[in-house]
Design a protein around this ligand. Structure first.
Ligand code: NI
Ligand code: MN
Length: 228
């Protein structure tokens, strides 16, 4: 069974795996790069990596409408539950077997304040092992860190990395991240949403493929990649 990853622009991802639909960092409203309206999303689960508004985004209205469970760190889970949202709290280094696969929260070097100023705990990335054994690492918003090497030891089929610079890794550090992670495939995200994070993803992909064995795939918002 294939797993399909769709990029909806910025850092918003869809994952279809084993009949389940996941939505990661659902930022549609106010996202100039969004390829979908929040009202068109119909996930079973929503993953939120950290508290910033370009990641919490439309999680609350989508979760309310679809009855989706939000998976996130403990602090964001508490904040969501106070607003009537069903949440599953995890924390960094901790994994859990969900119906769609085994999901572990990984460290991320970033902030996590929630849109209303509430404390959002520590930011996270996600490492998903699908029920067919595929490993997908979504670094989410982070700077480069050396322990990406440890994450890479798990054997990554697909890494999703930010390349936008300014708020996260830029292209040069994201290339170093590929060298640490050694994934089979990589997809760049968190760029070209605004001028401040404008990047040339094709130039980056060319460098990745010239300097590493990893295959780099540049998606357009709405574009998908099948992990087989
Ligand atoms: Ni952020
Ligand atoms: Mn962000």
């Amino acid at each position: 069974m294939n797993t399909i990853l769709t990029w909806y622009g910025h850092a918003t991802l869809g994952l279809e795996t084993g009949g389940y639909k996941l939505l990661i960092d659902p930022f549609f409203s106010g996202n100039p790069a969004a390829s979908l309206a929040a009202s068109q999303a119909s996930p079973d689960f929503i993953l939120v990596s950290h508290g910033h508004d370009d990641h919490v985004g439309d999680a609350i209205p989508i979760a309310k409408r679809c009855g989706a469970t939000v998976i996130c760190n403990f602090e964001i889970a508490n904040w969501l539950e106070k607003q009537g949202i069903q949440a599953h709290a995890q924390h960094i280094g901790g994994g859990h077997q969900h119906p769609f696969g085994y999901l572990k929260l990984t460290q991320a070097m970033h902030g996590s304040a929630l849109p209303d100023g509430s404390y959002g705990g520590n930011p996270a990335g996600f490492l998903l092992t699908t029920n067919t054994g595929k490993k997908i690492y979504m670094a989410c918003d982070t700077g480069l860190f050396g322990d990406m090497h440890l994450i890479g030891e798990e054997g990554i089929d697909l890494a999703v990395l930010p390349i936008g610079d300014n708020f996260t890794m830029g292209p040069a550090d994201a290339l170093r991240a590929v060298k640490l992670l050694q994934p089979r495939h990589v997809i760049p995200v968190h760029y070209n949403t605004w001028g401040l994070i404008a990047q040339d993803p094709v130039a980056w992909a060319t460098r990745v493929e010239a300097e590493t064995p990893t295959k780099a795939h540049v998606l357009k918002p709405g574009g998908a990649f099948t992990i087989s």
